[in-house]
Write a protein that binds this ligand. Structure first.
Ligand code: NOJ
Length: 583
């Protein structure tokens, strides 16, 4: 395996150079810190991921997205990178990553790396050099503004000013996230060149997929004016100025032209708040990425992604509307990236299901809702187990810096300590980041040491873990597995168009996937139509299906066969159905 100079022969990590299709992918996000620890240090390792490849393969996963595994002071859990070309010792070595890539390839899986290109860590040598010497070329890698006052009143995503004073110098630097994450200056061609070289470096290690973090923050204004305040702190959200700013696509197109070889590399951009009208620049035939994440449905429970305490009393029709708008916009422009959970979101069971309604049938219904949509499904670790949020009783129990900020901001906005804690609990990013439960042992089979983050006691009490799921043929795990298999086997479920059925009972979300060809009565089975029916109601429901031909049940979360006397379908509480109509 080792070549000359002890260097690994990287050619063996390359898969055969065949064109890959993003439509075939089912992507699973791993939060490496919390997946599986082989070191006993209480932190997940790359070797741990390699050990669990069989589990992921058996679910039907094609690509593993690893949240950042690069050296980092972990102020924002790896989203503060201090070296883009290496592996943090907590996770292992570059050799371990090469082995993971190789073993994943052996099983027909790809690895997707998470590139944090809007900012670096403040410990990155570029930033350190910029701080030490304002004459150094690295000073222009970042965004510095002269003092003595803060250049403007922008509030960072994690709270407080976006401007951090440089000690001993009359200048400030800009950070959209925490002060430990100084923003890079993408207007500098040298920065853009560095980014392209990093992509090429990882491609040479056999990486075929990239998720690109906060990439819609890279275009900064010419002048840093203050904006109308939107909070009691007198500040305005920086997202109003530095997110989705026109012109960012020019920098990104340059990166895409240099590095994102069509059909060889899979890319997904994190573009919260991107207006649908802008999509054609970002996805589709002439787009920069294969897919982008749209957060409009994920964030329906809060007024703005930046303020967790501004809650919305949403309804199922609201959810349906957001999913429909997103799907239709994505369909018009290109291909979608569909997710219910990720490392920044609470567990979907706690978000989309009402209190005491997070039962197995309801969780299966959510699985069908997501997996049959048009686009590439992304699962977040533990979603397949039906993980739930876990209520912390003190702000000190949070690791997530945004939970702590939100707790204080809710207090400042006039909420009681208890309410503030409740809001932080509902949305805390720690909900997803807890150690993955492999079994029901005290440390849930995650580590032999002390876990870096408290385990999810609620999940433990409910026996939510991989072992229990694998032992039970009726578990959510096998339901996801079947949905993934159905999607893989059927062209229409994979590539067919999507439209939503209107005028159903308000608690139902019903959509249609159909093959592109026009119905042709003579040739049977050529044109397919599927109905996906999801009930969010804890009561029985009826649905009048606008079907013209015979329908049959393909799959669902209830054992009952479909009674076929008429097009009226009776649904049990939280029932989901996949029906097929042959035109
Ligand atoms: C988005 C990432 O998903 C999140 O976890 C991170 O804190 C910010 N970008 C900053 O990198």
């Amino acid at each position: 395996m080792s070549g000359r100079n002890g260097k690994r022969n990287l050619d063996i990590f390359k898969r055969e150079e065949t064109d890959m299709s993003v439509q075939d992918e089912v992507i699973y996000q791993i939060y490496p810190k919390s997946f599986y620890d082989t070191s006993g240090q209480g932190t997940g390792t790359l070797k741990g991921i390699t050990k669990k490849l069989d589990y992921l393969q058996s679910l039907g996963i094609t690509t593993l997205w690893l949240s950042p595994i690069f050296p980092s002071p972990m102020k924002d859990n790896g989203y503060d990178i201090s070296d883009y070309r290496s592996v943090d010792p907590r996770f292992g070595t570059l050799n371990d990553l090469d082995t993971l890539i190789e073993k994943a390839h052996d099983k027909g899986m790809k690895i997707m790396l998470d590139l944090v290109f809007n900012h670096t860590s403040d410990q990155h040598p570029w930033f350190q050099k910029a701080l030490q010497d304002p004459q150094s070329p690295y000073h222009d890698y970042y965004i510095f503004q002269p003092g003595p006052e803060e250049p403007n009143n922008l509030r960072s995503v994690f709270g407080g000013s976006t401007w951090q004073k440089v000690e001993g110098r009359g200048e400030y630097y800009f950070h959209a996230f925490s002060a430990a994450q100084p923003d890079l200056n993408w207007a500098n061609p040298k920065v853009r060149d560095e980014m392209a070289q990093i992509v090429e470096f990882w491609k040479s290690h056999g990486i075929e997929a990239f998720r690109i973090d906060a990439i819609n923050f890279i275009k900064k204004p010419e002048k840093w004016k203050s904006i109308t305040p939107d909070g009691p702190d007198g500040r305005g959200k920086c997202t109003r100025v530095v997110r989705n700013a026109p012109g960012m696509e020019i920098y990104l197109q340059e990166l895409a032209d240099r590095c994102f070889e069509q059909g060889k590399i899979i890319t997904v951009g994190e573009t919260a708040g991107l207006p649908y009208e802008a999509l054609p620049k970002f996805i589709g035939d002439n787009g920069i990425f294969n897919m982008v994440f749209d957060f409009k449905a994920a964030d329906l429970d809060i007024v703005s992604g930046d303020e967790w305490f501004s809650r919305i009393n949403w309804t199922t029709p609201d959810l349906k509307e957001r999913i429909e708008q997103s799907q239709m916009a994505m369909q018009q422009a290109g291909w979608a990236a569909n997710f219910l959970e990720n490392h920044d979101q609470p567990r979907v069971t706690t978000k989309y299901l009402r209190e005491h309604q997070d039962n197995l049938q309801a969780k299966k219904m959510l699985a069908m809702l997501q997996m049959m949509l048009r686009g590439t499904p992304f699962l977040f670790q533990g979603q397949e187990l039906g993980m739930v949020n876990f209520e912390r009783t003190s702000p000190d129990q949070f690791d997530d810096l945004s939970s702590i900020d939100q707790y204080h901001r809710a207090q400042e906005a006039g909420f009681s300590d208890q309410q503030a804690l409740h809001f932080a609990n509902l949305r805390s990013r720690d909900n997803g980041r807890v150690p993955f439960p492999w079994d029901d042992s005290p440390n849930v089979g995650f580590t032999t040491g002390t876990p870096w983050l408290e385990i999810n006691h609620e999940a433990k009490a409910r026996n939510l873990n991989a072992k229990a799921a694998l032992d039970n043929p009726e578990s959510l795990f096998y339901f996801y597995k079947k949905l993934i298999a159905l999607r893989k086997e059927n062209e229409t479920l994979k590539n067919g168009s999507i439209r939503f059925i209107k005028n159903t009972s308000p608690d139902l979300i019903v959509y249609v996937r159909e093959s592109e060809e026009k119905p042709n009565k003579e040739s049977k089975n050529q044109n397919e139509r599927f109905y996906v029916i999801c009930s969010f109601s804890d009561q029985p429901q009826n649905l009048e299906l606008p079907a013209e031909n015979k329908i049959r049940k393909i799959f669902g979360n209830r054992p009952s066969a479909l009674r076929q006397e008429s097009n009226t379908i009776s649904l049990e509480p939280f029932e989901c159905l996949l029906l097929q109509e042959n035109a």
